[in-house]
Structures are given as structure tokens and as C-alpha cells.
Design a protein around this ligand. Sequence first.
Ligand code: AP5
Ligand code: MG
Length: 187
Amino acid sequence: MFILILGAPGSGKGTQGKILAARLGLPKITTGDLLRAAIREQTPLGVEAGKYYNQGKLVPDSLVLDMIKDQLDRPGAKEGAILDGFPRTAAQAELVDRTLGQRGQRLHHILLLDVTDEELVRRMRARAHVEGRTDDSPEAIATRLQTYQRDTAPLIAHYAQRGIVHRVPGTGTVDDIAGEIKRIIGR
Ligand code: AP5
Ligand code: MG
């Protein structure tokens, strides 16, 4: 089963994705974590990606599409995966649909975490003090929120046509939200 966790920056994709992946015994693929590792290690991809990442901009599709394809093609992701942080653009959505489609698979559920902008900003600012993520600066946070609305939110309509989008209230305790997700997907 392939499940996409969709939502604005700070909405809880990583937190809920981890719980869901552990419960279902599926790998979680997180493009943000992969990019952070590449940036830390200063690989050729990391050096290029860092220029966008630090400003809160999306890393261009030309840099991330191959990475996404490689991840979906891994043996561990044959039966399913939790997708956290991608697809984020129309081109990425097309790649995911095509890659899974060629294997006779598809995305089963899209979980859309719904959190107000005010709460998103509060969470990211709080995290900035704890984790020091370079894209949790006030300027990058503002850019990430705008970028989500412009480039990623349109994917909701794309998937809603297939009737697989579930809106999940993303505020409340982590456990309550995880419980709601369990109820929605039925396991
Ligand atoms: P990415 O790493 O995907 O970050 P993001 O989308 O900005 O979201 P976050 O990871 O900040 O938040 P989250 O939704 O995972 O929430 P979390 O669980 O951490 O992307 C970062 C950057 O990488 C992008 O800007 C781009 O540059 C690049 N990138 C990544 N993927 C890309 C792609 N596919 N294409 C192009 N570029 C790409 O929770 C947030 C905080 O809130 C945490 O501190 C958490 O502890 C807390 N929290 C969680 N749940 C709750 C709750 N219920 N109540 C209170 N606090 C909570
Ligand atoms: Mg995350």
C-alpha cells in the first residue's frame, strides 16, 4: 500500500509518517531527509540543492526526479511505502503515478494534514531553537508556506478527482491524530 502524507511545512508529515510506517511495517521515504543528508555530506546533489533548500525554495525537479525514481525502485518499496514530502509538484506527481502504474500499483490514500498557518509558524519557530534547521529561519519559513500554496496545494485537486484524499485535522495531540489516521485507512 502506498500512502502519501501531504501538508504544509510543519503540519506533521514526518511525525505522523513515522508512526504510520512503523505500524504498517512499510518504509517511509522522505525527500527532505534525503536532501538534508546530501547537503550535510556535500555531495554534488547536496551542493546544488542547498542553494534552494536554505532559502525555503523547492529544489528543482531536474535535481530531484531521479532521486525519487531511485527510491521508489528500491526493493524495500516494492509492496508499498509512506511518501513524506513528495510528490510536491505536477512533474513529481506524474513521475510517481507513472512509476507505480508501470508496476500495476497506485497511490491508495492521500492524507492531507490540515493546520492553520499560525500554528505552522509557531511549530517551525519552536523547532528552529531545538534543531537549528537552516530552513526554519523566519524568511525561509515564509517562502516555504508560499511555495506550498503555489506549487503543492494544487495537487490536492489532482488527487481529489480520484476520490483518495482524506482531510485530517492536524492539530491536537500526536496520538489523537495518529488515531484518526488509523480510523481513516482502516488499519
Ligand atoms: P521537508 O523536509 O519535506 O519539510 P517541510 O515540508 O517544510 O515540512 P517539515 O519537515 O518542516 O514539517 P512536517 O510536515 O514533516 O512536520 P513535522 O512532523 O516535522 O522539505 C524541506 C525542504 O527540502 C523544502 O523546502 C525543499 O527545499 C526541499 N525538498 C524536500 N522535498 C522536496 C521535493 N520533493 N521536491 C523539491 N524540494 C524538496 O512537525 C513539525 C514540528 O511540529 C516538529 O517540531 C514536531 O515535533 C511538531 N509537531 C508535530 N505534530 C505536532 C502536534 N500534533 N502538535 C504540536 N506539535 C507537533
Ligand atoms: Mg518533515
